[in-house]
Design a protein around this ligand. Structure first.
Ligand SMILES: Nc1ncnc2c1ncn2[C@@H]1O[C@H](COP(=O)(O)OP(=O)(O)OP(=O)(O)O)[C@@H](O)[C@H]1O
Length: 266
């Protein structure tokens, strides 16, 4: 299996502080990673490196075989190969555009529609991704009028539109109610279990949001790696407690879903 992402001793330093501190992490083809860590741990900063929007201050980041900052690496060629769904992207998209247009524009590397004609084949693809994410009844709705859950699902469909080799999801379930979260987890589980789906890395705050099918976990605290590896081996009470800085118990049920809770204060 080849490396989709290879970070070696990567640090991102701002105002003298390492937001990401000597992180080495490799994602191989077909792996589905969960990134866990407390607020401010550096998760989004790490995704920004993985999506080629942020270059490391130190160390090397190689994405889909292209090393950032090396002569010959063109980030404008690299970026369409990476699907990214997160709040930062939602803010860039025109609110008056329909759901279908929002997904369709991804095929043309733009955030606005302009006046060009879309290929029939692209429209079919956009409809298929939206169908898979349960957005069939909302194709003509304005993006700006969607609920949080509908917006998240549209963004994932949009990120899949370029047929990316690496899919990065930044807190896809944040702000969703219980039903919305469970609906999304089911859909992410289907995606994660699809052998044709791209390699994935998903930032989340809650182990309850990890869909079955995710294979690996990266835990970070204060920019440093606490644990990294197969989820069955590394997502332990001990590692989670170190990561979040308080005693936690993590469990997995027979449906392959995770839950975590703190121990009562004495
Ligand atoms: N450009 C910047 N300059 C200085 N500090 C920054 C900059 N960008 C982010 N930070 C800080 O870096 C730290 C890591 O931020 P980051 O957004 O990566 O964390 P996170 O793990 O995604 O947090 P959260 O879970 O709260 O979203 C935070 O303390 C943040 O305030």
């Amino acid at each position: 299996m080849s490396d989709v992402l290879e970070l070696v001793d990567v640090s991102v330093v701002r105002e003298g502080r390492a937001l990401v501190d000597q992180v080495s992490w490799s994602v191989k083809e077909g792996e589905r990673w969960v990134i866990l860590g407390p607020n401010g741990a550096g998760k989004t900063t790490l995704l920004n490196v993985a999506s080629s929007y942020l270059f490391p201050t130190k160390g090397t980041a190689t994405i889909l075989g292209e090393t950032l900052g090396r002569p010959g690496t063109d980030v404008f060629e690299l970026r369409p190969r990476i699907g990214m769904a997160g709040i930062a992207m939602a803010d860039k998209l025109p609110k008056r555009q329909t759901v279908l247009e929002t997904v369709l524009t991804a095929a043309y590397g733009m955030t606005a529609t302009w006046q060009e004609e879309y290929e029939e084949v692209d429209e079919q693809r956009a409809r298929a991704f939206l169908d898979r994410l349960g957005m069939n009844d909302l194709l003509d709705r304005k993006f700006g009028t969607l609920s949080e859950g509908e917006r998240k699902r549209t963004l994932i469909a949009r990120a899949l539109m370029t047929d990316p080799e690496l899919l990065l999801l930044d807190e896809p379930a944040a702000g969703l109610d219980l039903g919305g979260r469970e609906d999304l987890v089911r859909r992410l589980g289907r995606l994660a279990s699809d052998p044709l789906a791209p390699s994935m890395a998903m930032v989340t705050h809650h182990v309850e949001e990890i869909a079955p099918g995710f294979t690996h976990v990266l835990m970070i605290r204060q920019g440093k790696v606490v644990a990294a590896g197969p989820i069955d081996l590394e997502l332990t009470s001990r590692n989670l407690s170190v990561c979040f800085g308080l005693p936690l118990v993590v469990e997995r049920n027979e449906h392959h879903r995770w839950s975590a809770h703190g121990l009562p204060l004495r």
